[in-house]
Every structure is written in structure tokens, then in C-alpha cells.
Write a protein that binds this ligand. Structure first.
Ligand SMILES: [Zn+2]
Length: 330
């Protein structure tokens, strides 16, 4: 009996094709966040965003607060506590300044390539440390003007350090390719739930993933305030970014609702409430409960959203929640 031998030449193309497919699959799986970042940056979230859009509602009346340095809209929220907003711009961020007895903490650094120091100089003469609530460009663009920078100490942030400096990845920074990703030195690494002491005032840095994996919220227990960045704010929550996660959103909301006093006021990073003149974007724990319910409904398949690739779901009168296609961002 003779054995049938398949010539090597006949199987080679098949093996090559399978290897190519496997390699393509690997690249796709490992590069999905980056591919998504490129797509969303080049086409724009707003082009993809399904209606109805409560984005940038037009509030009636004058904007609250006074203007400093010809640009920054400043409101005093509590003694030594300021909202410093850019509600007239796009992105329409709000930064927050907490002043202690020996130093001050700035939460987020400014949405644009604009130095916030002229406004800070009118509010405090103490040294200012800045902490970004997360690493997206509209929260880290102003870091270039600071040499005192605090950052959450997580494997994802420590892993970006080379030769003593943090080099943000494109999918973390999320800005057009024309804008180089920032490189900066961290002067203060803060462990999750760690404290920052400002002199007579102590705030806690809570790890609050959801919008991104490294997002933080700053809790000021003495003032009863929580500064949440883009985890929760008025208008549309972006739960579709490269490292957004609905299950993390759910866990974060549960944890915050369990540990925060019921009268805690929330201040988010984007403007504006649609039921009153433009003001620092405040919310309550009921809004956080509403976000939790919306996320749970999306995850269980019970919520009805609009859109296809990006889907928008209702939260309440002040917020909607935008997620990626159904299997994304779990
Ligand atoms: Zn933002």
C-alpha cells in the first residue's frame, strides 16, 4: 500500500493565508482602542452622535460668575472653593480650585492650550498643584504650564513613565494627530483613595473608572463636594471612549452612593444645566442614581437607545448616556 503525500508546495499558500488571518486578528484585537480613537478623532463624535441631542443647551439669562483675565468665568462655590469655567468655548470645561492654608489644588488644567495662571493669580498666592480627573486632552492640555502635577497611582499611569516622565498614549490623550501627546513629570503620585493635604483642608482622590479606566473624582468632605470630571456631568456622558466601561461605571456609582453623605453636591467638568442660566455644572446624588439605573438598563438590554454604532440612551432631564455598539464598552 502506498501512502498519499500532499506536496508541501500545495499546502504552503493555505498556511500563509491562515497565518496572515491570525496576525490580522491579533492586530485587530490589540489595536481596537487605537483604531477607535483614530476613527472617532477623524470623523468626530458629533457626526456620529444620534439624536436627540441635549448637548450644549442654550440656557437663558446671563452666565453666572465674574470674568477673570478676560476669559475665565469664576464662581465662588464655598469659602476657598472656586469654579473656573470656559462655558463660552468648545469644549466647555469647568476647572475647580480648592485653596488650603499652605497650598491650593486645581482640578483639571484647562481645556485648551491656554494658561490658566492669570486667573489663578487673582484667586490665590499659594503654590498650586494640578490634578487631572483623567487624561483626555480637554483635561490635560494645560498641564504644560505646571511643574506641580499630581496623578493617580495606577498600573496604567505608572506604566506610561519613561525616564522619569509620563508619556501619554494617543488613545489616552484623545486629540487630533496634529497635536503631540503630552510629556510631563509627576510631582505627587496619589494612591487610589489617597489624600492630598492643602493645610487645614484635606481632600480624597477617589478612583472612579467608567468614562476612562484612570478617572478620578476629588472628594472634599468638609465642604460636602465631589468633583467628578467626566464620570458624571450635565449633558451627554461619553461611555464609548477607548477605555470606557459600563461595568466600571456601575461599580463606581454603587461605591460612591455607598460612601458619600446624602447631601453631597456634585460638580462635573462640562457645562451646562439646561434648566437655568449657564452656571458651574452641579448635580446631586439623585443624578448619580439616575446614571446608575440607566447603565444597568443598558447592560441588561432593557433600555431603548437611538443610533447604531453609537447609541444614545436617556438618563434624566439633564443627561443622556452615549455608548458604543451593543457589545462595546462592557
Ligand atoms: Zn472632558
Amino acid at each position: 500500500m502506498t501512502k498519499r503525500v500532499i506536496p508541501l508546495r500545495a499546502t504552503a499558500p493555505l498556511v500563509c493565508a491562515m497565518a496572515l488571518l491570525a496576525a490580522l486578528g491579533m492586530v485587530t484585537v490589540t489595536q481596537v482602542p487605537r483604531i477607535w480613537a483614530v476613527l472617532s478623532l477623524s470623523m468626530g463624535h458629533y457626526v456620529w452622535m444620534p439624536p436627540p441631542s441635549p448637548l450644549k443647551p442654550t440656557p437663558g439669562g446671563a452666565m453666572a460668575g465674574r470674568v477673570l483675565a478676560g476669559y475665565w468665568r469664576v464662581q465662588t462655590l464655598a469659602p476657598g472653593t472656586y469654579a473656573i469655567g470656559e462655558p463660552q468655548d468648545d469644549p466647555d470645561n469647568y476647572e475647580y480650585l480648592l485653596v488650603g492654608k499652605s497650598r491650593a489644588l486645581l482640578i483639571d488644567s484647562g481645556a485648551h492650550v491656554r494658561d490658566i495662571h492669570p486667573a489663578l493669580a487673582e484667586l490665590t498666592h499659594l503654590p498650586v498643584t494640578v490634578i487631572p480627573t483623567h487624561l483626555h486632552s480637554d483635561h490635560t492640555n494645560g498641564l504644560r504650564y505646571f511643574d506641580r502635577i499630581a496623578l493617580i497611582d495606577l498600573p496604567e499611569t505608572r506604566g506610561r513613565v519613561t525616564q522619569g516622565k509620563v508619556h501619554l498614549a494617543r488613545f489616552q490623550f484623545m486629540a487630533p494627530y496634529s497635536q503631540p501627546t503630552p510629556v510631563f513629570a509627576v510631582s505627587e503620585w496619589v494612591k487610589p483613595d489617597g489624600e492630598i493635604y492643602l493645610g487645614g483642608r484635606r481632600v480624597r482622590v477617589l478612583s472612579t473608572p467608567g468614562h476612562t479606566a484612570t478617572s478620578v473624582s476629588i472628594h472634599d468632605p468638609s465642604a460636602g463636594l465631589l468633583f467628578t470630571g467626566d464620570m458624571i456631568y450635565t449633558t451627554t456622558l461619553f461611555a464609548f471612549m477607548p477605555d470606557s466601561s459600563l461595568s466600571a461605571y456601575l461599580a463606581t456609582a454603587d461605591r460612591l452612593l455607598a460612601i458619600l453623605p446624602p447631601d453631597t453636591m456634585i460638580y462635573g467638568a462640562h457645562c451646562c444645566r439646561n434648566d437655568r442660566p449657564a452656571t458651574a455644572p452641579w448635580l446631586t446624588l439623585q443624578d448619580l442614581r439616575d446614571v446608575r439605573s440607566a447603565v444597568a438598563a443598558v447592560m441588561s438590554g432593557k433600555a431603548r437607545g437611538q443610533g447604531w454604532l453609537l447609541k444614545r440612551y436617556p438618563v434624566n432631564a439633564r443627561m443622556t448616556l452615549a455608548t458604543f455598539y451593543p457589545l462595546g464598552n462592557r
